[in-house]
Design a protein around this ligand. Sequence first.
Ligand code: SF4
Length: 368
Amino acid sequence: MYKELTRALTPELTYLYFTVTSRCNAFCDFCWNWENVADAGKLYKEGQAIKRKELSLEEIEKLTLNLPKMLLVDLYGGEPFVREDLKEIIDLFAINCNTKYFSIPTNAYYTERIEKTLTHALEKYPQSFFRMAISIDGPEKIHNRVRKLKDGYQNAMRTVNMIAGLREKYPNISMSLNSVYNRMTQEAMPAFIEDMMELKLFDSISLGIVRGETYDPTLKEVSVDNYFALKKRIEGYKLLSNQPFSPMQKVMEERTKTIIERAIRGKNSQREFKCYGAKKFTLLDDQGEVFACEHLLEKSLGNIRDHNYNLQAVIDGAKAQQMRKAIKNKECDCIWDCAINTSNVFDPLGYPRLAVKTLGKMVKQIGK
Ligand code: SF4
């Protein structure tokens, strides 16, 4: 644990967001990556030709062999489990990069494939932790409609139950419910969250507000007050908390929520968090392009294919240096919760405050 914490404080790249594919069996009107998903062929079906020049497993092997240790890796898409070799991709990161924390957001459609992949990974890498983020956006009708996914809800719930079974057996997995609050989901969301809570299957609930350049911009027409009221209610729920650093994580989430709320309500004239984009974390897409984050997809920092699959060489390059300068000068801003959370983790200046708040939360929990 000590080694991991000190690693978080080094100036090196520590967190990789990797869009393993842009192919997706769904097509959500609120997706931040919808242009690439459309480019890969909307509503991907098994056996459909791969339209984008996706990094092959051999190329990903070269990437991982060149990477420094990568503490945290997000494997996302598109739908990551569309790739039948996701199991092997996990192997490459676990073996070559000693990755300790995997996060995999999924629409949980491919139950059998997910089970096979997770059973393999949990068994083989007990020293790594796997956070499964299950995207469900409301009751059956709404979920299937916003994702344009027939049987999407049914399959996701099948997967949720399957993962709950794995969690009984393995200590290194958690399951989070990830829902997106938007015009189409907002009305049903409070009752839906209550229903999900009653199942007692999730370790955490992440309710994000629609963000970025969405396919359907009208989805951003939401009641901000209702959103934050619901967020507040979720904070009070007692969850399973099968996650490392649980009380500390709650404190971080609360801080992130405050920053996002102030930004949405226009209470800050400037970004209120230190962003580590293109420094401690970066985004690699399915075709090898490197970006600071998911909001700056028009500003590529370079392609690993042009740098012998050496991601660090891209991060050390002139474009990334320029980008870091712009980020430091707060020339960009966003409400991407992952970027704000990583700021909480990587910014040592915030640690004293974090420690005091975490202690307070632990004392409160003991007193209950
Ligand atoms: S502040 Fe937001 S938009 Fe700017 S680099 Fe960080 S994550 Fe990206």
